[in-house]
Ligand binder design. Structure first.
Ligand code: NOJ
Length: 742
């Protein structure tokens, strides 16, 4: 098929052209129901025009070396979507004008972009956001991203990533919400609400995209793009729940993943893309492939030719082809030969048009050409970024309460490769982030304490053997009252195609920490990373240790807020920090083993360094006993938490359920609910968990059908637990459709 639009003479074209010349143009009538507008437009389209609708091209500066396009092509007025990498509204309007004014039917394009944790105001990486346990702030940060994006021509973000990640060697753990399916679903749904707002056609809303559907995080050994081995049980219990939560929250699109599950790549899986997504969950948006994932069906060995790849993907339910032109080049001949029915193409186009109508693109295809200062980095966006970043920090050690530093800490020696570093604090997939916007840790501490109170010496590189800065750093520490070391990962050590065999920091960083600790001054170590790293040896040397992740544009100010004590840290880990790399995969909700106290590695401790849910505060919270009462068909669990320490602070209660015996063995415990509350010093708050058996005590079988069984359950929070009995019969919603196994 040629890439310029020609009017082809087939019966279908004639029908479409006749339709387009006659009758009222319902699709142009904003007062008509969207379904009618879609059908009217579809009936006017030629096959060629439809094939363009299911095609996405990329345009603008490429910022992702893993996804390099073959060439940047002149934009066709007929292309369905553009991966839009410019930030210029005038440029967006120019490109969109081509579609609206130069194509026969004036169908606008939808421009998408990876605004993963911010567009220009960069928020902490999603893994960090999950550690805040603050869905409200997460939702608000996504609203800001939506507003900044839409003002710059981006109507669709390829976010949130809700891949449950349990092997931190996989570089993309940074992009998701950690190891737990429930937390990932709650955070993913908050992100969808934030991006999409009340209505997709509002000036501050964009379409969300749940990715990567499904199972990408199971890449073997944490090596990106590898095969995944996932049992049907794990698929339903762990991989799919966050996607279902995102679909329920109304996500407009879903991205199919690169990986192959049990021999069927996700991008060619009718089970995932049709049976589960549409038939079982009633998803009404469209599915886009990941970058080149249709073409890659050939490398995965399930398609001998691009035509075969095309047929498999579109038949499976994959609606839009990202950048590889496999649909554009093959669909026409496949339909002509009868290998693919035009109805399948119509269905894909219908879904794409539906989202375009819902976004208001037909009514308002263009954007106002606002100056940069009115589009992004507004003061309130920066404040939100600062507040969210401070909430994501996880205090891991605080010996002798060396933190907070307080108002007058004396002189601070600020050291390490991340101390005066703007670029790496942004983290991978930092949208249109610009390091010149970033408040470094040095900036943050200087603005908190004044230039004379902070002595900065880099002292240590990220990696390599250059120890020439050690002695200046040690001299600085000796002349100061406290050392703050900013250590960790470069931005590019995590993210796509950034797997690492070892979670240990380079030897030079550990050596540096050891030498600084030998100076005899209190040592505060901040770890900035996109994944859990090995901390056991570092924790021995540090008086205080805090994970600050990759905190984004306002990272340095947030660090100053927490170190000074203006903000009491309240983050808790959304992912386990293993004792060492060899302990991977390490996650709390393991299925029960035959001999729970045996079988661990002999040569390392059996417990992780810091488990899911761990995190200290500048105050102490005391949990009372859990009370459980039956209320109608439900059980209500309550616990009183008292702030017994010196500072006001926020505490998140994580509620776990443990099902003692079941037909299909259950994990030792599973997170089912959480709540964060602010508790002033000396006061108590009651936390409540209403346990609905159908929702909180049931589990999926390998078909995805929910099972609820009577028996003893424990509800667990803050180291306390209480047992209760579920007696059947209990009503369970069995309206969900049955599916076949994968
Ligand atoms: C490939 C990545 O896997 C995906 O997450 C991203 O959205 C696309 N490229 C588009 O950049």
């Amino acid at each position: 098929m040629t890439k310029s639009v020609s009017i082809i003479s087939s019966a279908a074209v004639i029908v479409a052209l006749v339709a387009s010349c006659t009758g009222a143009e319902v699709y142009k009538d904003p007062s008509a129901p969207v379904g009618k507008r879609v059908e009217d437009l579809l009936s006017r389209m030629t096959r060629e025009e439809k094939i363009w609708q299911v095609t996405q091209w990329t345009y603008g500066k490429n910022m992702n070396e893993n996804n390099v396009e073959k060439e940047t092509k002149a934009v066709s007025p007929y292309v369905g979507s553009i991966l839009f990498r410019s930030t210029n509204p005038a440029y967006y309007n120019m490109v969109q004008r081509k579609a609206v004014e130069e194509s026969r039917l004036g169908i606008p394009m939808i421009c998408g972009f990876d605004a993963i944790h911010g567009y220009r105001t960069i928020f902490p990486i999603p893994l960090a956001q999950a550690c805040s346990w603050d869905t409200d702030l997460v939702e608000k940060s996504c609203s800001v991203t939506a507003a900044e994006s839409r003002r710059s021509g981006v109507f669709w973000t390829f976010s949130p990533m809700v891949d449950v990640a349990r092997d931190s060697r996989w570089g993309r753990v940074a992009e998701g919400y950690g190891e737990d399916p429930y937390l990932s679903g709650v955070m993913g749904a908050a992100a969808v609400r934030g991006y999409q707002g009340e209505s997709l056609d509002s000036d501050n809303s964009i379409a969300a995209c749940l990715k990567h559907f499904a199972g990408y995080a199971y890449s073997q050994g944490g090596r990106d793009y590898q095969y995944t081995e996932i049992s049907s049980q794990s698929l339903w219990e762990t991989v799919l729940p966050p996607f279902e939560a995102g679909v329920k929250a109304g996500a407009a699109t879903v991205m199919s993943s690169f990986n192959d599950i049990s021999g069927t790549p996700a991008s060619a899986s009718p089970y995932l893309l049709t049976e589960v997504l549409r038939d079982k969950w009633n998803f009404d948006g469209f599915v886009v492939s990941d970058w080149g994932s249709v073409e890659q069906l050939q490398s995965q060995g399930v398609a001998a030719t691009p035509a075969e790849a095309c047929e498999k993907a579109i038949e499976a339910g994959l609606d839009m082809d990202m950048v590889d032109d496999v649909y554009l080049d093959n669909l026409d001949s496949l339909i002509t030969s009868g290998a693919v029915s035009e109805k399948v193409l119509d269905e894909a186009v219908r879904r794409i048009l539906m989202v375009k109508f819902r976004l208001g693109l037909f009514e308002k295809p263009y954007i106002e050409e606002l100056p940069e200062e009115e589009r992004w980095l507004l003061p309130e966006y920066r404040t939100l970024a600062r507040n969210l970043a401070a909430e994501t920090f996880v205090l891991l050690e605080n010996k002798d309460e060396v933190l907070p530093l307080g108002k007058k800490p004396g002189k601070i020696a600020l050291l390490g490769p991340l101390a005066d570093n703007a670029y790496d604090l942004m983290g991978s997939w930092n949208g249109q982030g610009d390091s010149s916007d970033v408040v470094t840790i040095l900036d943050g501490l200087v603005s908190e304490y004044g230039r004379n109170s902070v002595k900065y010496v880099r002292g240590c590189p990220f990696e390599g053997n250059d120890r020439s800065g050690f002695s200046a750093a040690k001299a600085a520490v000796r002349s100061c009252d406290v050392a703050v070391l900013c250590m960790g990962e470069r931005m590019k050590w995590s993210g796509e195609n950034a797997s690492r065999a070892s979670l240990a920091l380079p030897q030079i960083q550990e050596d540096f920490i050891r030498e600084i600790a030998s100076c005899g001054k209190p040592v505060v170590v901040l770890i900035s990373s996109g994944r859990p790293v090995e901390l056991s040896r570092i924790a021995e040397r540090a008086d205080a240790l805090m994970a600050i992740w990759q905190p984004g544009t306002e990272g340095g100010n947030a660090v100053a807020d927490v170190l000074s004590g203006k903000v009491n840290p309240s983050g808790k880990l959304a992912i386990t920090f293993p004792y060492s790399s060899e302990q991977q995969p390490s996650f709390y909700n393991q299925r029960r083993s035959a001999r729970p106290f045996m079988g661990h590695y002999q040569d390392i401790p059996k417990t992780p360094a810091y488990e899911f849910g761990y995190g200290l505060s500048y105050t102490d919270f005391e949990y009372g006993e859990i009370r459980v009462n039956a209320e109608g068909e439900n059980f209500v669990a309550e616990v009183d938490v008292t702030n017994i320490g010196p500072a006001d602070g926020s505490e998140t209660v994580l509620w776990f359920i443990s099902d003692h015996y079941a037909s299909i063995s259950r994990p030792v415990k599973e997170l089912k609910h959480f709540e964060k509350q602010f508790i002033p010093a000396g006061e108590s708050r009651t936390f409540r968990f209403e346990i609905e058996p159908g929702q909180h005590l049931s589990y999926p079988d390998s078909n995805g059908d929910m099972v609820l069984e009577k028996g003893t359950f424990s509800v667990i929070a803050g180291g306390h637990s209480a047992d209760f009995e579920l007696k059947l019969p209990y009503r369970i919603d069995r309206t969900q459709k049955q599916t076949k196994t994968i």
